[in-house]
Structures are given as C-alpha cells and as structure tokens.
Design a protein around this ligand. Sequence first.
Ligand code: ADP
Ligand code: MG
Length: 277
Amino acid sequence: MAETPLPTVPRAPLLELRGVGKTYGESGLAVSALRGVYLRVQAGELISIMGPSGSGKSTLMNILGCLDRPSEGTYLIEGRDVSTLTDNELAEIRNRKIGFVFQTFNLLHRSTAMDNVELPLIYRGLPRTERRRLAREALVVVGMPHRLTHRPAQLSGGEQQRVAIARALAGSPRLILADEPTGNLDSRTGEEIMGIFQRVNSELGVTVVLVTHDPLRGKQTRRLVQVRDGEIVEDEPVSEAEFRLAEPWARATAEATRAAAETARVTTEPEKVGAPR
Ligand code: ADP
Ligand code: MG
C-alpha cells in the first residue's frame, strides 16, 4: 500500500493573540487595559507598537512575554496556547525563547557588564566557561567587547542599553521584546540602539517587537501597529520608501566586525588604560 503523505501543516505564527483582553482590578474599579486584540507576528519580523501613554502597550508586551496572562481570549506561542502551560513551562519559555529589554535597562548595579549578561544563562544551568563564552559573544554583537568588567554606573545610558541587549541575546532567543528601549536615551544614542535591533533582526534573524511612542522609531521597523485605549487601530507594513535604516548602521556593523576580529584578544581582565581598540 502506498504511504500516506504527511499532512502539510501550515507553520503557526511565532505569536498570535486571538481576542485578547486584560482587565486590572476589582469590578467597581476595574481598568480595561486591552480589549479584543488580534495580532499575528511571524518569525523574523521587526515590528513596532506605537500609542500614547496609557494605551496598553506595556500590558500587551507583558502578555507577549508571558509575564502576565490575558483576562480574556487566547495567546499562542508557536501554536501553543499559553493558558495550558504551567508556571514552570512559562518560565522556561521566558528564559529560552524570549529576551527582554526595558526603558530603564534594569541591570544589576553591583555586577559587571559580563556578569549581567551571564545571569540568564545561570538560570539555564550552563557551565561557567560556556556562559562566559556566550556572554562575551553577545557583548561583541552589541559592540561592547571593551567594557566587560565595567559596572552600570561606569557606563553611559547607551552603553548600559547595549549590555541589556547583550543580556537579552546571550541565550539565543527567537524573540526580543523591547519596551521603549530608546525612551531614556538622546536621539543619537537612540539611533545607535535602533541600528542594533535592525542588525539583530536582519543578521541574526531574531524576531523583534518594540514599543515606542516616537513615529521616527516606528519607521525604523518593518511593520507599525498602532494602539489606542487598549485596541489596535492600525496595523500596516512600513513601505520600503518610508523604512529608515538607522544612521549608524554602517558604523555599528563595522564596529561589531572589528570587535569580532579582536575577540581572540579580548579577556575578562580589566582593560589596560589607553590600550589600542
Ligand atoms: P502604556 O504602556 O501604553 O503606557 P499600560 O499598558 O502601562 O500603558 O497601561 C494601560 C492602562 O492600564 C492604563 O490605564 C494603566 O493605568 C492601567 N494599568 C497598567 N498596569 C496596571 C496595574 N498593574 N494595575 C492597574 N492598572 C494598570
Ligand atoms: Mg508602557
């Protein structure tokens, strides 16, 4: 008898929200932060979510990141309904599949750049040498191979955000969720950070969803989703004509390439003052 061909299952989107709502608080004082949100994100996308303060962007990101659960509707990751997953399984997804980046960087102040980047890998139970190798590689990707032993207070805002992106990348996530990642940075530094997200998306193939309220940043992604009062009011691709590559693209790439070439020389010892870069 002829073999029955396997049914071709269309690949599920990386993320899918079906009628998701989120209500905070008790009935009398309840706040409806999200209402009937439908959203599909395919693997490999570079997406921005825009909307005024209080429109539900962070609530949406918390649900996408499995930090919070919807009050209504269904959220699927790679076709799996997250409401069927245990807290341990959700923690595993957060640790292995998702990298988080925040407006205020959220680095541990007493720890070096290297130790901050290594942290998620400790939870994963990787041996120290492997952790340090992955952390160093991630710091190279964000152009920070020369600041391994600096603590956050010794770094500029842009450098701290690079470390935070390295921390998000170190575990090779499929998805990066960034909530207002350039919100605390001047515009030039914001450009550099956007350049890193664009590069992480195009060169490493990581799906990136970022929240912004700056229309310029929105045009630096491939798809712009607009949120008002907890609802998606617009969801459009950014046309090739409108899409703007971050200014420091070429420079950041050159920097990372040079840094990669130098990796062999990079050690975890404190850098020598005035050492050639
Ligand atoms: P955005 O990130 O777009 O500024 P948020 O998602 O933080 O918006 O908030 C959306 C709405 O939900 C706001 O009205 C906010 O006050 C409310 N909200 C957010 N988090 C909570 C919470 N933990 N408890 C109660 N209300 C909340
Ligand atoms: Mg917010």
